[in-house]
Design a protein around this ligand. Structure first.
Ligand SMILES: Cc1cc2nc3c(=O)[nH]c(=O)nc-3n(C[C@H](O)[C@H](O)[C@H](O)COP(=O)(O)OP(=O)(O)OC[C@H]3O[C@@H](n4cnc5c(N)ncnc54)[C@H](O)[C@@H]3O)c2cc1C
Length: 431
């Protein structure tokens, strides 16, 4: 007879570990199964970890977690061929407790975080792939792994197996992605001395900076690039929806090369040495792509449930919070001795009451709008750079005249009515 646990969690990323930790703390028997050599060994992230959702799980985690730098500055660049229009915020209050967010390297962070679930009593097994869920009379009763005699049973199985989630596909929770529902992102970790990072990004030790880059970074396609500072390395990456990649015949590694050699970026990387090259999908379908998240004996959390807010680059925090909510719901189900879908729907309801579904709902039409109307990325972003160049170039033209020139050039190219329609449509998508 296979061994039985209260809960089996598949995947020790932020979502799975948060759920395992929550359940183990309540005294449940938890098995956390990870296919990687150790948690984080296979995981990819631009690197911004949000304080709030992590603190809900481990108060004052920053005192012991392997973090890179607290982020004190967030910059946004609209990039054209030889320019950037830049805006952002830098605040020293983000550099002191309780902080706002941090850069992290997932290989270190996930390992530490999973260790916390183990300390709370969860059993972690690495280098083990869950190949399928075991289903009996319409209820998930456990999992099969790639180990000899690798069947394990549980009252509840938590699918925290990330964006591809073959297991939720097996259960029919979601289908294959459409190419506009996922972004393909490539990134590189570039080693650079702490002093050079501080000098180039105007930082001191233990201060970090993030730059989100739009426009020419994706050659005008729907997507973004990023450049984040770690202690003594930089994370640089770029991604677009798979549909944009296909349509524009983009090759992800060529996009990254293009970005690294862009005149606005290259000096920031100069002298750095490439340490790691990674590629990963991000679920970006948003609200409309969130599948069913609870069934008989099973719940789905994190990227496996498509819980990513691409506009605000929030994924790891949604993963953690969904893991926490799933954990609380499983504890309630245990108290009731009932693991049916209707009981586990407590998790679905908590998710809908939380910032996660509320935020996804707010932006539910954004991805579709920007995908369907490419002029926002292809035409308006370069126009913004052109307008700023015109406005800030001192050439004796009166400022009111410059304003008129800018408005005229935009409306002459596109027509006043179309510009107004485009503004209204964009506002509706993000309001
Ligand atoms: C390039 C990039 C940049 C990003 N930047 C940010 C950012 O700056 N901030 C942010 O908040 N989010 C960011 N995200 C999103 C964030 O990484 C994810 O939302 C988050 O990692 C989701 O966590 P998760 O636990 O659901 O899934 P994952 O982190 O993908 O973890 C899934 C785990 O399951 C394991 N697994 C999978 N299948 C199996 C199986 N069959 N058996 C056993 N184990 C299995 C995997 O090895 C992995 O450890 C970024 C994503 C990418 C790709």
């Amino acid at each position: 007879m296979p061994e039985k646990f209260d809960v089996i969690v598949v995947g020790a990323g932020p979502a799975g570990t948060a759920c395992a930790l929550t359940c183990a703390r309540a005294g449940l028997d938890v098995l956390l199964i990870e296919r990687g050599e150790y948690p984080g060994s296979k995981n990819v992230m631009g690197g911004v970890l949000y304080r709030k959702q992590m603190e809900d799980l481990i108060p004052e985690f920053w005192k012991e977690a392997p973090l890179e730098r607290p982020v004190i500055e967030q910059r946004f660049w609209v990039m054209d061929k030889e320019s950037v229009a830049s805006f952002g915020y830098k605040g020293l209050e983000w550099g002191v407790e309780p902080y706002n967010n941090f850069t992290v390297l997932r290989a270190k962070f996930d390992q530490w975080f999973a260790g916390k679930a183990v300390e709370a009593g969860a059993l972690l097994i690495n280098e083990t792939v869950v190949t399928e869920c075991l289903v009996e009379n319409g209820k998930v009763i456990g999992v099969r792994t790639d180990r000899p005699n690798g069947e394990v049973l549980a009252d509840v199985v938590v699918l925290a197996d990330g964006v591809n989630s073959l297991l939720s596909k097996q259960l029919g929770f979601h289908k294959e992605f459409r190419p506009d529902e996922v972004a393909l992102t490539v990134m590189e970790v570039i080693n650079l001395s702490k002093d050079k990072i501080n000098e180039r990004f105007n930082l001191e030790d233990n201060q970090g900076c993030t730059i989100e880059i739009f426009g020419d970074s994706t050659k005008g396609n729907l997507g973004t690039a990023f450049l984040y500072t770690n202690k003594d390395s930089l994370n640089i990456g770029v991604g677009t929806t798979l549909s944009s990649m296909i349509k524009a015949k983009l090759k992800p590694y060529e996009l990254l090369d293009y970005l690294k050699n862009h005149p606005m970026v290259k000096p920031l990387l100069a002298g750095g040495e490439s340490a790691e090259y990674l590629a990963h999908l991000i679920p970006e379908g948003g609200y409309h792509s969130v599948p069913r998240v609870a069934g008989n004996g099973v719940v789905v959390v994190g990227d496996a449930a498509q819980l990513v807010n691409a506009i605000h680059r929030e994924g790891s925090n949604m993963a953690m919070h969904s893991g926490l909510l799933a954990g609380e719901s499983i504890i309630e189900a245990k108290n009731r001795g009932n693991f049916s879908e209707s009981t586990l729907n407590i998790y679905r309801d908590k998710l809908h009451d939380s910032f996660i579904i509320k935020d996804l709902e707010k932006y539910k039409d954004a991805a579709h709008t920007f995908e369907s109307y490419p002029q926002y990325f292809k035409e308006y972003l370069p126009m913004m750079n052109q307008a700023m160049s015109t406005f800030f170039t001192v050439d004796g033209t009166p400022k009111r005249e410059k304003q008129k020139q800018i408005i005229k050039s935009v409306t002459a190219e596109k027509g006043r009515l179309r510009v107004l329609q485009d503004i209204y449509r964009a506002w509706k998508a993000v309001k």
